[in-house]
Every structure is written in structure tokens, then in C-alpha cells.
Design a protein around this ligand. Structure first.
Ligand code: ADP
Ligand code: MG
Length: 189
């Protein structure tokens, strides 16, 4: 699939009415892609199923449609690739995969905790993209929990410092779309 995308769902397929606390206008503004031109980042935060990956893909697809290069990966897959490359002396070359695209989607940050070596790789990636290219990340963890995710508070702070300096943060705290048709599992209203 194009640039590793899991699907090609666009904003037109996102039901904003299902997520009333999400700022529709802010999302539509982001789709105008000024964030790409200004090398700013986007953080989509929230629990499973609220549409974080859908929105990240939609914004990346919009950027690709405007001629920007994009790359989609989960953070864990990027770490796996970088570790494997390091073992064969190809770390610097592999890192370029994640530095080259105008828009890098890092999906599922914080899904699994990283050890210090992996966290260091993520720091290198983020610090080298800082003010050079956009990152769209999704995470189910609040920034305050990133010390656990990145094995080390100092590293987590250094990563967050660079990510958040120019960053649009969207917290989505509504219901899971995956569970919407399962009345027994959905929160009652
Ligand atoms: P998350 O990444 O937050 O866990 P996803 O983006 O993978 O959630 O969404 C789960 C599924 O539900 C996907 O198939 C996605 O396209 C769909 N989905 C989520 N939110 C919406 C929404 N508001 N409107 C339409 N489809 C949605
Ligand atoms: Mg997701």
C-alpha cells in the first residue's frame, strides 16, 4: 500500500457528529496543510477506537494529494526496523527512511514501553526532524506518562520538548467507534 498506509480513509469518511467534543473546524484547518509548510507537528491523543489513526491517515493522504511525500509507520515497527538496521551497521541509512518524508506518521506511540536503546533511537529521529519536517503522532498515553513509555524521564522530556514546541494537540475523549454498534459495551446515555 502507498507509503505503508493501513487504508486510505479521508476526512469525508469521518463522522464528526460521533465525536462532538472534537473541534471539527480545527481538524478541517489542519487539512489545509499549513502545518506541513511550517514543519509543525500534530498529536492525536485518546483511548482506543476514537479515530486517531483514521484522522492521522486522512491528514497524511491530504498531504500526499498536495504533492508532499509521506510515510506511515507504527512507532514499534520503526523501532524494530532501526534496531535491525543498527545490527548490520545500517542505522544512519535506515534513519533516512523516517527523515526524508515531509510528513511522517508515527502511529501508536506508547502502546508498548521502550527500553533505553530504543528510546534513544526515537530521540535521534525526533530531534533530527525538529523544525525540518512534520510528525503526526497518535498515542493512547497522556504526555505525563511518557516517562514510562521512553524508559527515562530525561529522554522523554527531551523528546517532548522538541515534539511540542510547534505542535497542534488534539485530545479525543469520546466513545469508541469500534464499539458503537455494541449496545451492551457502549457507555449508556
Ligand atoms: P484509534 O486509532 O483511535 O484506535 P481508529 O482510527 O483506528 O481508532 O478507528 C477505529 C475504526 O473506526 C476505523 O475503522 C475508523 O475508520 C473508524 N472510525 C473511528 N472514528 C470514526 C468516526 N468518527 N467516523 C467514522 N469512522 C470512524
Ligand atoms: Mg490507532
Amino acid at each position: 500500500k502507498l507509503s505503508g498506509l493501513p487504508h486510505h480513509k479521508g476526512l469525508d469518511q469521518f463522522d464528526f457528529a460521533f465525536q462532538p467534543e472534537l473541534d471539527t473546524r480545527k481538524v478541517r484547518d489542519l487539512a489545509a496543510l499549513e502545518f506541513v509548510a511550517s514543519h509543525s507537528n500534530i498529536a492525536l491523543l485518546g483511548p482506543p477506537g476514537v479515530g486517531k489513526t483514521h484522522l492521522a491517515v486522512a491528514l497524511a493522504v491530504a498531504a500526499a494529494g498536495a504533492g508532499y511525500s509521506i510515510y506511515f509507520t507504527s512507532l514499534d515497527e520503526a523501532v524494530r526496523q532501526l534496531r535491525a538496521a543498527e545490527q548490520t551497521g545500517r542505522f544512519a541509512k535506515k534513519l533516512q527512511t523516517y527523515l526524508r518524508p515531509a510528513v511522517l506518521v508515527l502511529d501508536e506511540v506508547g502502546y508498548l514501553p521502550l527500553d533505553r536503546a530504543a528510546a534513544n533511537m526515537v530521540f535521534q529521529l525526533i530531534s533530527r526532524r525538529y523544525e525540518r519536517g512534520s510528525v503526526i503522532l497518535t498515542s493512547n498515553k497522556a504526555f505525563s506518562e511518557w516517562g514510562h513509555v521512553f524508559a527515562d524521564d530525561v529522554l522523554a522530556t527531551a523528546i517532548l520538548d522538541r515534539l511540542l514546541h510547534h505542535c497542534h494537540v488534539l485530545s479525543i475523549n469520546g466513545p469508541s467507534y469500534r464499539l458503537k454498534d455494541r449496545a451492551s459495551l457502549a457507555p449508556s446515555s
